[in-house]
Each structure stands twice: as C-alpha cells, then as structure tokens.
Design a protein around this ligand. Structure first.
Ligand SMILES: NC(=O)c1ccc[n+]([C@@H]2O[C@H](COP(=O)([O-])OP(=O)(O)OC[C@H]3O[C@@H](n4cnc5c(N)ncnc54)[C@H](OP(=O)(O)O)[C@@H]3O)[C@@H](O)[C@H]2O)c1
Length: 249
C-alpha cells in the first residue's frame, strides 16, 4: 500500500515511516526538505498520485499564536483538496488530547486543523495524543523563571514518541473511523512531580515549584485539563523506561 507521511522527517514522522516501511508498505516521507510543502502546495500532486493513505504529522515552524493557526489552516486547505483529487481513502492526523476544552493558542490551531479534516469529505481518523515525553525540555523551558520552573499540580499522562508512532501506524492501516481515538502514556501523575523527576534524572538543577496558578502555554488549566476523560489506549513506555532507552541510544 502507498502511504504518504506529511512531516515524515519529524520526531513522530520519521518513526512512523520506519515502522510502516518495515511492514512492507511503500512510504513517502514528505516534507519541505524532500520537495513537498503543504503551505506552498509544492510537490503535493505528485506525492499524492496513487496513494491510499495520507498521515499528516507536520508541525508549524513557529508556535506563536497567529503563526501556528495560519500554518494548520493553510496546510489543511492545500493538503485535503489534493488528497480528494487523488482519491485518497484515509486521512490520518495527529492531534492533542483536550484541545477543545483547554484554551491556548496552539490548541486553538489544532481545533481548526481537526475541523477542516471533519469537513473535507475524506474518510479520516484523528489520533489525539497527550504530551510527548520528548517535549519535557520545552515544557520546562517555557515555565522557567531564573532557576525556578513553576508548574501546576494538574494531572499529566505523557506518552513516548515510540508509542505514538506505533499507534499512528496501526490506525493508518486499519479502516477509517471517521472519529477520534485518544492515546496516552502508562503513568498518570501531577504535572510538577513528573517534570521534577525528569529534570533530576537528566541532571538539570532547576527547581520545580508547585504553583496552582501557573499557566500552560499562557492558558489556565485545571486538574483534568490535559488528560483523557474517557477511554484511551495506553502506551507501554513510562518515564523511567524512556530515560533508560534515551541513555542507551
Ligand atoms: N509535542 C507534543 O507533545 C504533541 C502532542 C500531541 C500531538 N502533537 C502533534 O504531533 C505532530 C507532530 O509533531 P512532531 O513533534 O513530530 O513534529 P516535528 O518533529 O517538529 O516535525 C515537524 C515536521 O513537519 C514538517 N513540516 C514543516 N513545515 C511543513 C510544510 N510546510 N509542509 C510539509 N511538512 C512540513 C517538517 O519538515 P522538515 O523536516 O522538512 O522541516 C517536519 O517533518 C504535530 O501535528 C503536533 O501538533 C504534539
């Protein structure tokens, strides 16, 4: 089966491409570096030709509110019609748990991406994941003031990129659900505690302070603002196992 992975050079994209190739699929790792750009439209028609499944794992180069919204809107407006014209039978996209009940600029842009997919007429599956363990450094940096990292004690259930790529690959070769599947990591713990464990393990001396008023990417969050509320598939790799694998790599 021919599968196009938009953002196939990224963190999740490169792992997903490798899994699907190992299973014998013809996989195109599409990204600006390989001449496929969903913002300019470059290379889209050629990449789509003969493809049955498209997996969108692209991410915005800028996380500034307006830039990220424009990225996901413009990208969807170019990509989805190109897929429809080529007769693609399944569009898979990676989104984020709780984007429609937790407010920040990045989440609003992901809601816009999902709406375009739902209105496209192309059979689809949206995989909503919790935060990636690989994203912890960025989270700590965005919440740092001097040597202090301020984080609220809300529930957090991060997932490893390897688990995300495995779920995305499984969904891509299954029939479209025309709906959302949620995935999360195996451990649920207070946000401040799990990030403190991570920083300590990697030798980062910043102190994590429990601050119920601290915001997440500028938005207020409550106890269950970042975790799945209903049934979610769980990955196998928790923080300790992820640290062990990272050290061994
Ligand atoms: N971070 C999290 O915790 C989290 C949680 C749940 C879901 N997600 C979602 O997961 C997805 C993948 O994230 P990631 O961290 O794997 O991304 P990433 O490592 O930043 O990779 C981004 C990919 O997008 C490609 N790209 C950028 N601009 C493009 C364009 N105009 N046209 C086509 N491709 C373009 C890049 O290509 P080049 O290499 O050529 O630049 C790269 O392959 C995102 O949609 C994100 O919203 C993230």
């Amino acid at each position: 089966m021919k599968i196009v992975v938009i953002g196939g050079t990224g963190l999740i994209g490169s792992k997903t491409v490798a899994i699907l190739r190992r299973r014998g699929n013809e996989v195109v790792a599409a990204s600006p570096k390989s001449g496929v750009n969903t913002i300019t439209g470059e290379g889209l028609k050629e990449a789509m030709a003969g493809s049955e499944v498209v997996i969108d794992l692209a991410n915005s180069p800028s996380f500034e509110d307006r830039a990220v919204l424009e990225f996901f809107e413009n990208s969807g407006r170019n990509l989805l019609p190109a897929e429809a014209a080529a007769g693609v039978r399944h569009h898979v996209a990676l989104s984020i748990v709780a984007i429609d009940r937790t407010d920040n600029g990045y989440f609003r842009a992901k809601v816009a991406q999902e709406k375009l997919i739902e209105g496209s007429g192309i059979p689809y599956t949206i995989v909503r994941a919790t935060q990636f363990l690989e994203f912890f450094g960025g989270i700590a940096d965005s919440s740092t003031d001097g040597d202090i990292v301020r984080l609220p004690p809300v529930l957090f259930q991060p997932i490893a990129a390897d688990d995300v790529a495995a779920f995305v690959s499984e969904v891509a070769i299954a029939p479209p659900r025309n709906g959302i599947v949620e995935i999360a990591g195996p451990e649920r713990a207070p946000f401040n505690e799990i990030v403190a464990r991570y920083l300590k393990a990697v030798g980062d001396r910043r102190e994590v302070v429990r601050d119920p008023e601290a915001r997440y990417w500028g938005g207020r969050i409550e106890e269950r603002s970042l975790v799945p509320l209903g049934e979610a598939r769980r990955g196998r790799i928790g923080l300790d196992e992820w640290l062990r694998r990272s050290r061994a790599a």
